[in-house]
Design a protein around this ligand. Structure first.
Ligand code: SF4
Length: 333
């Protein structure tokens, strides 16, 4: 809920909002959230979800209210139950664990993450050492590395590039997490290439279209904003990168908030232009709450900054598409 405007909030023609477009849900997140919703409709509660389906506290809470049960590990799911794997992807060993427990699995891994998994498998088959640029401990990185654990070395930024050890410097390839900063990743690749001149590139960009588009929009917006508000959760890699990109591209101040109520009034001191965007896992209603919160404080003029247009959509996972051929609620066994 948006709080009432403070009594001293005077409308001001100088105050304005720049709203980034594209922002919010990407095709992979939209698909993952719908996957859990459709699974709940078809199988009934509870539907287990391994890890947060997407990295957003509001989305997780809303699905929990509908009967989704979020677990950290496969072994927490009762034998025979329905389990959804999150958009970030899982290692093959997780599929094996699920099979051993006779779970009914629905894999909501984003197709663009699956693409990176396939690249890892192919480079490993050709016996390359794979330098995976990403953040240690991130679920996506764990899943991708799990495709070829004997070949993958994690490179967490340019410093990681200086330290990584490989078997044969003539036979190295790089891959990346899908949600990194484009600029920082290329800086890491250049540092790797300086050490390994024969470094092989991925067949296509690993940083996904949605991550790139949201960063392009925030770059353009940041240069004109004194404050940038990014709606997103602290464990959302692409949302955190948007804050960093905003600061790097000219915003004097930038903050990540889950909800409008998290905005600190003091951030607005002396600010006439506020940029607003949201990470790829953020529902639009949370952005609208932020816009209403700002409007209540005199930031009513709004301009949309849309340097790129987006129209990507993904079909639901195969397991659900097959079910949709047979109407009615399914048994869990
Ligand atoms: Fe897929 Fe990109 Fe969205 Fe991640 S951010 S779920 S890789 S589309």
């Amino acid at each position: 809920m948006t709080p009432p405007p403070p009594e001293n909030a005077e409308p001001s023609a100088e105050r304005r909002v720049l709203l980034a477009q594209p922002r919010g849900y990407c095709a992979g997140v939209d698909r993952a959230v719908k996957t859990v919703e459709v699974a709940l409709d078809r199988f009934g509660a509870p539907v287990y979800v391994r890890k947060q389906i997407v990295h957003n506290v509001h989305v997780v809470k809303t699905l929990e209210e509908r009967g989704a049960v979020f677990v950290e590990e496969t072994e927490e799911v009762p034998p025979g139950a329905v389990v959804v794997f999150s958009a970030h992807g899982v290692a093959p060993v997780v599929h094996e664990e699920a099979q051993a427990l006779d779970l009914r699995t629905i894999d909501a891994t984003c197709p663009l993450v699956t693409k990176v998994h396939r690249e890892a498998v192919n480079f490993a088959k050709a016996d390359y050492d794979i330098l995976l640029i990403g953040h240690e401990g991130h679920e996506e990185v764990i899943g991708t590395a799990g495709e070829a654990p004997d070949h993958v070395h994690l490179v967490d930024g340019p410093q990681g590039a200086a330290d990584v050890q490989v078997r044969d410097p003539e036979r190295v390839a790089w891959l990346s997490q899908t949600t990194l900063s484009v600029d920082e990743t290329m800086a890491t690749v250049e540092a790797l290439r300086a050490r390994f001149p024969r470094l092989v590139d991925p067949p296509s960009d690993d940083i996904c279209y949605a991550t790139q588009n949201r960063q392009v929009a925030v770059k353009e917006m940041a240069a004109q904003s004194q404050l940038v508000i990014v709606v997103g959760s602290a464990n959302s890699s692409n949302s955190v990168r948007l804050v960093e990109v905003a600061l790097e591209y000219g915003a004097a101040d930038a903050h990540l908030v889950d909800y409008a109520r998290d905005i600190d009034e003091s951030w607005l001191a002396g600010v006439t232009t506020v940029g607003v965007t949201s990470g790829a896992s953020v529902p639009e209603e949370l952005v609208q709450d932020v816009l209403a919160w700002l409007a209540a404080r005199g930031y009513r003029d709004m301009e949309v900054i849309e340097p790129v247009t987006e129209s990507m959509r993904f079909a639901l996972p195969r397991e659900l598409r097959q079910l949709s051929l047979a109407p009615g609620k399914e048994g869990k066994g």
